[in-house]
Design a binder for this molecule. Structure first.
Ligand code: ADP
Ligand code: MG
Length: 728
C-alpha cells in the first residue's frame, strides 16, 4: 500500500463523533472563559471598576493602583478556573497571533513557592520577540519591543489541552521608540480618530451623539481536509495550497454543496469549535456550506471593530486546535485548490452611535436620510480617492490568487450601491433633495425590502463586487481568508476618518460664509457623488467587459502584489496617515518592506515545494511506471505482437516528453530563484520572485497535471483532488 492509499483508507474509516453539548443553555456558556465586565464588577472594588470601565469606554489611562487591583483579581479568577500561566497575546505582522507563556508560579525570597502576577506585568511586558518582522524599526541590538495591555478587549482563558490553561491578555506590540510593530496599535489609533471625526459630523444632525463606534462582522470562509490526506500532500503542509492536482470530473458546477446539508462529521467539528468560541465570548451565529466542495463559512454577530478582529484571530486559532480533535486540517489559504472557488473573509462594516443609530441605515425621515447619505457618500468618496490604498491593504501572495489571477475576479476596487440607491443619488444631484413620498416604504424604494438577505443572495452581480453596500452596512469582500482584517480596517477607518474631517472642514467654511446648512450639505454631497461616480459599478465584476470599462474610466487594476503594496508609501498615503495620526512615514515604510518580504518568503517556499514534488515525487514515480510499461511492451514484442506494443510505447514517449519539460523548467526555475535571492532591493527582489520565479509555476503544473492523467491511478504519489475534496 502506498502512503496515499493508506491515508485515504484512514480518512474513509473515520466516523463522526457524538458531541455532548457542555450545557443546555448557550447563555450559561457565553463568555464563561473571559474576564468580562460582569466578572470585573464582582471582583473589583467600586472605585477600580469605575476607573477601568471609563478607561475602556473613553480610552483614559489606568493608574498603578488600579492596575495592581485588576492584576490580582485576574490572577485569582484565572487560577480558580485552572490556569497556571499568563501571556500577553498580540498580533505581530506575521499574520498570526503570538504568545509567550509565563508561569504564575514564582519563588519568594525565602525560596517558597508563591503565585504572583503584578500590575506591572499586566500592563507591560518585554517578550523576547526579536525575530518578529519589524521592517528595520527595531534593530535587534536596540531593544526587543514591548507588549502593552489593551483593556478594551477582555482577557480570556485559552485551553491548551493537556497543557492546562493560560490567561491571555490582549495587547499591542510596539518598539522601544513607540512605533507600532503589530496590527492592533494602529487599529486602535484609527478607531479613536474615526470616532472623533464621525461624532463631529453627527453633530450637524444629532446633537446628543457623543460617541461613534465602528462595527464589524467578519464572515470567515475555510476548507476542511482530513488530517491523513493533508499529510499525504506535502504542498498543503508546506505552503497551505496544492501546487499540483488535476481538477476532478465533478467540481462545483452542480452547485450542490452550497448551503447543502452539512455532513455529521463536519457538523460535530463546527458544534465543537462553536462551543469553545462561545466560552470565549465570540458570538458565533451562522454556519453553512460554501460554494466549493469541502468549503464552509462561519460568521459571528458583529461587534466593535477591535473586538471583532481579536475574536476572528482567536477563532482561527481555535478552529485549528479543535480541528485536531476531529482529525481535520482547517485551510485558511485563499486558494488551496485550483479550478474551484477560493476563500475570503467578508468584512461587514458600519458606524453606530452611542444612542443606537446605525449611521449607514436609511430611514423614512428625510432629515435622517440626509445624515445617511452624508455617511454613505463620505465612504464612497474615501474609497474612490484611496482605492489603491485599499487594494494595498489586502495584497498578499496568497490573496493574489483571488484577485486578478486566472479564474479570479480582477483586482479593481469598485463600489456597489444597488440600482435603487443609485437612482436616489441621481435624484439628489438633479433635484437637490431626496423625497420619500408619503406612505411609501423607503426600504422598498431602496430595493432592499424587508428581507434584505434573500434579496442580496439572489442578486448574483452583487456578489461580484469587492465593496458593496448591503442595506445597512458596507461589505468589503476582497479581504483574504487568511489575512488579519486589521490591515484592511486600519486603512478603511483612516480614509473614512480623513474624509469626514474634510467634510466638516468644508461644512464649517460654507456655514461661516453664510450658507444655509441643508444646502451646504447637499452641495458637498453632490460633488462627492459626481467626483466618485466612476467607481460605482452595478454589473458583473468578474466579466471582461468590466475590466475594459474600468480601464476606460481610468480605474486602476493592479494585478501584482509587489506593485499593489506601493500605495503604502506614496505621498498621499503618508499625508493622510500623518494627518489622522495612525502611522508615521517610518511605520508605513516598515510595513511596506515587511509585506514585500512576506511575499518573497511565501513564493520561495512554494517554488521549493514545486521543485521537490515535481522531481522527487512525480518524476521519480513516473519513471518507475514507464519501466513497467516498457516491460509490458517488450513482453508483447517477444510474443511477436509488435503492433499491440505500439500504443504502450506511445504512452512511454508521451510521458517522457512531459518529464523532459518538467526537468528543464524546474532547473530554470531554480536558477531564477538563485538570481532573485541575491537581489538587494525589497521591491526588486519581490518583483523578480513575482515575475521570473512565479512565471514557472503554472507551466510546471500543466505538465505534472497531464502526467496525473497518464499514469496508473494506483501509482500516483499525491492524494488526488477527488479524494481530498469530497470526503466529509
Ligand atoms: P449575509 O447575507 O452576508 O450572511 P448577514 O446579514 O447575515 O449577511 O450579515 C453578515 C455579517 O454582517 C454578520 O457578521 C453580521 O453580524 C454583520 N452585520 C450586520 N449588521 C452589521 C452592522 N451594522 N455592522 C457591522 N456588521 C454587521
Ligand atoms: Mg455574506
Amino acid at each position: 500500500m502506498t502512503f496515499r492509499s493508506n491515508a485515504y483508507e484512514t480518512a474513509l474509516s473515520r466516523i463522526a463523533p457524538t458531541l455532548t453539548p457542555p450545557t443546555e443553555k448557550v447563555a450559561d456558556l457565553y463568555g464563561s472563559n473571559t474576564f468580562s465586565d460582569e466578572v470585573m464588577r464582582t471582583l473589583l472594588s467600586t472605585e477600580a471598576y469605575t476607573k477601568i470601565s471609563n478607561a475602556i469606554k473613553s480610552g483614559s489611562t489606568i493608574d498603578r493602583e488600579v492596575a495592581e487591583e485588576v492584576a490580582t483579581a485576574m490572577k485569582s479568577w484565572a487560577i480558580s478556573k485552572g490556569a497556571s500561566h499568563y501571556t500577553h497575546w498580540f498580533q505581530p505582522l506575521t499574520g498570526t497571533t503570538a504568545e509567550k507563556h509565563d508561569s504564575f508560579f514564582d519563588l519568594n525570597s525565602e525560596g517558597k513557592a508563591v503565585e504572583k502576577f503584578k500590575g506591572s506585568a499586566l500592563v507591560q511586558q518585554e517578550p523576547d520577540a526579536s525575530s518578529f518582522p519589524s521592517g528595520g524599526l527595531r534593530a535587534t541590538f536596540e531593544a526587543r519591543g514591548y507588549t502593552g495591555w489593551d483593556p478594551s478587549s477582555p482577557a480570556f482563558l485559552m485551553d491548551n489541552g493537556a497543557g492546562g490553561k493560560t490567561l491571555c491578555i490582549p495587547s499591542v506590540f510596539i518598539s522601544y521608540t513607540g512605533e507600532a510593530l503589530d496590527y492592533k496599535a494602529p487599529l486602535l489609533r484609527s478607531l479613536v480618530m474615526l470616532d472623533k471625526a464621525a461624532t463631529s459630523v453627527c453633530q450637524y444632525f444629532n446633537r446628543e451623539v457623543d460617541k461613534v463606534t465602528p462595527t464589524l462582522g467578519i464572515e470567515q470562509e475555510y476548507f476542511l481536509v482530513d488530517k491523513a490526506l493533508y499529510y499525504a500532500r506535502p504542498d498543503l503542509l508546506m505552503s497551505g495550497r496544492t501546487v499540483f492536482g488535476h481538477s476532478p470530473a465533478r467540481g462545483q458546477q452542480l452547485d450542490d454543496h452550497y448551503f447543502g446539508s452539512i455532513s455529521p462529521r463536519v457538523n460535530a467539528f463546527m458544534a465543537d469549535f462553536e462551543f469553545e468560541a462561545l466560552k470565549l465570548g465570540i458570538p458565533v451565529r451562522t454556519r453553512h456550506n460554501e460554494v466549493a466542495p469541502g468549503q464552509f463559512e462561519c460568521a459571528p454577530t458583529f461587534e466593535e471593530v477591535n473586538l471583532a478582529i481579536d475574536h476572528n484571530a482567536l477563532l482561527m486559532d481555535l478552529m485549528q486546535k479543535v480541528g485536531e480533535r476531529h482529525s481535520f486540517q482547517v485551510l485558511f489559504h485563499e486558494k488551496p485548490f485550483a479550478g474551484i472557488n477560493g476563500s475570503g473573509k467578508h468584512n461587514n462594516w458600519s458606524l453606530s452611535t452611542n444612542n443606537g443609530i446605525n449611521l449607514l441605515a436609511p430611514t423614512t425621515k428625510p432629515k435622517e436620510n440626509l445624515r445617511f447619505l452624508t455617511f454613505l457618500l463620505t465612504v464612497v468618496k474615501a474609497v474612490h480617492d484611496h482605492a489603491d490604498l485599499l487594494r494595498a491593504s489586502i495584497a498578499s501572495a496568497s490573496n493574489e490568487h483571488r484577485l486578478g489571477a486566472n479564474e479570479a475576479p480582477p483586482s479593481i476596487v469598485s463600489v456597489f450601491l444597488g440600482g435603487e440607491l443609485t437612482a436616489m443619488l441621481e435624484e439628489l444631484v438633479s433635484k437637490g433633495e431626496v423625497t420619500v413620498e408619503k406612505g411609501e416604504n423607503f426600504y422598498y424604494k431602496l430595493g432592499i425590502s424587508r428581507i434584505p438577505n434573500l434579496q442580496r443572495d439572489n442578486t448574483d452581480r452583487n456578489r461580484t463586487s469587492p465593496f458593496c453596500f448591503t442595506g445597512n452596512k458596507f461589505e468589503f469582500r476582497a479581504v483574504g481568508s487568511s489575512q488579519n482584517s486589521a490591515s484592511a480596517m486600519i486603512v478603511l477607518n483612516t480614509i473614512v476618518a480623513n474624509q469626514l474631517m474634510e467634510f466638516k472642514r468644508e461644512m464649517d467654511e460654507r456655514l461661516a460664509a453664510g450658507e444655509e446648512k441643508k444646502s451646504a450639505n447637499v452641495a458637498i454631497l453632490k460633488r462627492y457623488y459626481t467626483e466618485s461616480k466612476r467607481i460605482l459599478f452595478e454589473g458583473n465584476g468578474y466579466s471582461d467587459e468590466w475590466v475594459a470599462l474600468a480601464a476606460e474610466r481610468g480605474l486602476s487594476n493592479i494585478r501584482e502584489t509587489y506593485d499593489a503594496l506601493h500605495a503604502f508609501i506614496e505621498e498621499p498615503t503618508i499625508e493622510i496617515f500623518r494627518k489622522v495620526g495612525v502611522l508615521n512615514a517610518r511605520e508605513l515604510h516598515a510595513r511596506y518592506e515587511i509585506e514585500l518580504e512576506n511575499y518573497v518568503k511565501k513564493l520561495q517556499i512554494e517554488s521549493r515545494v514545486i521543485g521537490d514534488l515535481a522531481l522527487n515525487h512525480v518524476v521519480s514515480t513516473v519513471v518507475k511506471y514507464q519501466f513497467k510499461l516498457a516491460q509490458t511492451a517488450r513482453a508483447l514484442s517477444d510474443l511477436d505482437m509488435t503492433e499491440e506494443a505500439e500504443p504502450i510505447k506511445e504512452i512511454i514517449r508521451e510521458i517522457s516528453k512531459h518529464v523532459v519539460i518538467i526537468k528543464r523548467l524546474v532547473h530554470e526555475m531554480t536558477e531564477a530563484r538563485k538570481n532573485a535571492n541575491v537581489i538587494e532591493g525589497f521591491y526588486e527582489k519581490a518583483k523578480a520572485y513575482g515575475s521570473d520565479v512565479k512565471g514557472y509555476f503554472d507551466e510546471i503544473r500543466y505538465h505534472v497535471d497531464k502526467l496525473e492523467l497518464l499514469i496508473d491511478d494506483e501509482d500516483w504519489p499525491l492524494a488526488k483532488y477527488r479524494e481530498i475534496l469530497f470526503l466529509e
